[in-house]
Design a protein around this ligand. Structure first.
Ligand code: PEP
Ligand code: MG
Length: 754
């Protein structure tokens, strides 16, 4: 066996010669398997290629029967080769037959061979084939041999791609790949249908040169890139440069740690030593990391591996000179942005006239990027695991935000039927628009006030288009999240004033800053916390740093001169927090009055009910507050101790459950007792079936995503509230996990539109 580092180097040099040759693609593969077998002193070397239908087909072999080429096939997960492809993991076996996954393929004649070494062939993070060597003797392949085969597999990935093998298989076998991510994991974040072309939020880096001309030179390039990367991270941490709004201090700290991680750097150097260029070495190590990431069940570890993946991408971009972020100036007119995850500010950075849809590998319904997508009226899907590796910049794609389905490279028939759906959707919207000026009154005469949630100036036209009564929740933090530093008093006054002006006399409820957990400010360093959702956030931060709260309240009071101003506080956990926050407002009001400023005509101060502890303080709290608003996104998350953004928990607990609806009912009752308006402003209110449950327990005011107003009004106008409550009452004590199915059945039986 050649020395571990020289072995692959010689092989890589030979591979380069083959790549530069004039042979047909098949002849090249045939040559390559012979070369690998010779270099690895193995009797067999075979290449299996993954077809778009997921079947692994034998494409070339040295040592197995030639007749089996293009005949032998294995499904992903079938046999040793299928297992390697499915798990993206190498297998090193002294006796292949003893492995439980072994599958005998008689046409190959492989019964002669005992030891088996197989590795996945990966490109851009996905498995595109499997490379195998086999020997007659029972032997254990060394770690160096495994490494060498992996390096070879990586170069082979390029050979397969550049020889046209991958494209050829796609047209031969399907012509189009329709990927349905419907089911457990993909989740609709925002309704609507979009047909368009993929824009990768983080463009993929394609490596041109895989094989090193000179190893010392490549080591030097790698060193240079790593130093640059470290400097970049330091600059980011020092706040001298901002690469993106979601580069929170937390992520950067982790990235800094990885940038100095000796193990990672050692692996990169070793990969260069085997004869790869610096960028190919980064991809090689990144492939291993991704394969590990796919296998690890621990979400925390996976998250850290994602950080390492981000770091590798930065390194790759530097080494290949690729641009750092999606070029925002040359977006297609129908851009569908695809990303692992995204902060709300990043979504807002895109040209709104061109962006038609968003697909995220992560991101739950109540994440802030989802909220922004809904505000912009863009269909969005989350939890589309693996989507990034299935698409390329420019791929045709259909996003169905209603069903949570995504179709990549759809067939013309499918495109036609979706274009039809889009027309149907438009007609439905037309019907909702016809309800615009009609009251949201139930058949039995109960009127429900419908407001919209907003957080951006772009939301405000929806207030009038939808015919909503007002803005029930204005999330002020979005303005802060988009700024590059804390907005000054004058900027805040201007912003609130423009919202009030655009409301044209309709009421607006301003919520004070709700920062923390998934809402971070790029310019505010927050301490690292074990449980940020339960941590130093929102009103807690505001009360500890009252200067910020004072400034914001002052801006609201000044902007609200002459109107009926409403302010409410998020994340209140006890009466004293509300009292303290209210004091800040009252003191600020008094201060401005002594200075002779024009002030609001009236001032109402409300409390958000988001923390379950308030359920036992309502008798003391409600007399002090002017109104209460149920923040059901957080209230439900804390009631069930179930992270609102955790993909694993989506659907585990249902807001339409006796527990959650019982809590809502209790708040409604207390509101009535104390003569205080109770409203709800979580995402629940915007979904007709959920809204029906809420009206059922007695809510008479809700604030929601603007696109929910029409459907929810249609539901209310076809509902008998008293009949529904009579139906629900026993169900709230039935011990059921959820009463969703029962509510849907009630709607069907009573002609209620949901
Ligand atoms: C809520 O928690 O329901 C809410 C309206 O606040 P946010 O979604 O902004 O946390
Ligand atoms: Mg909240």
């Amino acid at each position: 066996m050649p020395s571990p580092t020289l072995g692959p180097r010689i092989l890589l040099r030979k591979l380069r010669e083959v790549m530069a040759g004039q042979e047909t693609a098949q002849q090249r593969l045939d040559k390559i398997v012979t070369m690998i077998a010779g270099n690895m002193v193995a009797e067999v070397c075979s290449i299996y290629v993954m077809r778009p239908d997921g079947v692994l087909e034998l494409y070339a072999t040295e040592g197995l029967k030639r007749e089996a080429v293009h005949k032998s096939q294995l499904k992903a997960g079938e046999g040793l080769v299928g297992m390697i492809a499915e798990q993206a993991i190498g297998l090193n076996l002294t006796e292949a037959v003893d492995h439980p996954a072994f599958k005998y393929l008689p046409e190959t004649g492989e019964e002669l061979f005992h030891s088996f070494l197989g590795v996945p062939i990966m490109r851009g993070g996905s498995v595109i084939g499997v490379l195998v060597v086999q020997n007659k003797t029972r032997r254990h392949y060394t770690e160096e041999e495994e490494e060498a085969l992996q390096t070879t597999a990586m170069v082979l990935a390029e050979v397969l791609a550049t020889s046209g093998f991958l494209e050829a298989t796609q047209t031969v076998f399907s012509g189009t790949v329709e990927l349905r991510t419907q089911g457990l994991r993909a989740e609709s974040l925002a309704e609507g249908i979009a047909l368009g072309h993929v824009v990768l939020h983080e463009p993929r880096v394609h490596i041109q040169n895989m094989i090193a001309e000179s190893v010392p030179l490549e080591l030097e390039r790698l060193d240079g890139a790593v130093s640059h990367l470290r400097q970049q991270v330091e600059d980011l941490l020092a706040g001298h440069e901002a690469l993106g709004a979601n580069d929170s201090a937390d992520v950067l700290e982790t990235i800094r740690m990885f940038a100095h991680d000796k193990g990672w750097l050692g692996r990169l150097k070793e990969a260069v030593q085997t004869g790869l260029t610096a960028e190919a070495a980064v991809e090689r190590v990144q492939n291993d990391n991704r394969a590990r990431m796919m296998r690890t069940p621990d979400p925390y570890l996976r998250e850290r591996m994602h950080d390492l993946d981000d770091l590798s991408n930065r390194l790759l971009r530097y080494l290949t000179g690729a641009v750092a972020t999606a070029s925002r100036t040359d977006l297609p007119d129908n851009a569908i942005v695809i990303s692992r995850n995204m902060g709300p500010a990043e979504l807002l950075d895109y040209d709104r006239s061109k962006i038609r849809g968003v697909v995220l590998e992560e991101g739950g319904k109540t994440s802030h990027v989802a909220i922004v997508a809904r505000a912009l009226g863009i269909p969005a899907i989350g939890q589309a695991t693996g989507i990034i590796n299935m698409v390329d910049d420019g791929s045709a794609i259909i996003v169905d935000g209603g069903s949570g389905e995504i179709f990549v490279r759809p067939s013309p028939e499918l495109e036609k039927s979706y274009a039809e759906k889009v027309r149907f959707y438009a007609t439905k919207q037309e019907r909702f628009r016809a309800l615009r000026d009609l009251p949201a009154t139930t058949r039995d005469g109960q009127t429900v006030t419908l407001n919209i949630n907003a957080g951006l100036v772009v939301d405000m036209p929806h207030l009038h288009e939808s015919g909503a009564a007002g803005v029930g929740l204005y999330r002020t933090e979005l303005h802060f999240m988009m700024a590059s530093r804390f907005p000054r008093l004058s900027a805040q006054v201007k912003h609130y004033k423009s919202i009030i002006d655009q409301a044209q006399g309709k009421p607006v409820v301003f919520r004070t800053l709700d920062i923390g957990a998934d809402k971070t400010l790029p310019y505010l360093r927050q301490p690292r916390e074990e449980n940020p959702a339960l941590g130093w956030r929102s009103i807690r931060m505001a009360l500890d740093r009252p200067a910020l709260l004072r400034l914001q309240v002052r801006a609201m009071l000044l902007a609200g001169a002459g109107i009926d101003l409403k302010i409410m506080f998020p994340m209140i956990a006890d009466v004293q927090e509300f009292v303290a926050a209210r004091d800040v407002v009252l003191k600020e009001h008094a201060y401005l009055a002594t200075r002779g400023h024009a002030l609001p005509q009236s001032l109402k101060i409300g409390v958000m009910i988001e923390i379950p502890a308030l359920l036992w303080q309502l008798d003391d709290l409600l007399p002090l507050a002017d109104f209460a608003s149920i923040g059901s996104n957080d209230l439900v998350q804390f009631l069930f101790a179930s992270d609102r953004g955790n993909p694993k928990l989506i659907g585990r607990y249902d807001p339409l459950s006796p527990a959650a609806l019982g809590a809502m009912r209790q708040i409604v009752e207390k509101g009535k007792q104390h003569g205080k308006t109770v409203t709800l402003c979580g995402e629940l209110g915007g979904r007709p079936l959920e809204a029906m449950g809420l009206v059922g327990v007695g809510l008479t005011s809700m604030s929601m995503v603007p696109s929910g107003i029409g459907p929810v009004k249609a539901m209310i106008r076809s509902l008998d509230q008293a009949k529904l409550w009579a139906f629900m009452q026993p169900l709230l004590h039935s011990g059921r996990h959820s009463i969703r199915a029962e509510l849907a059945e009630f709607a069907r039986a009573n002609g209620t539109e949901i």
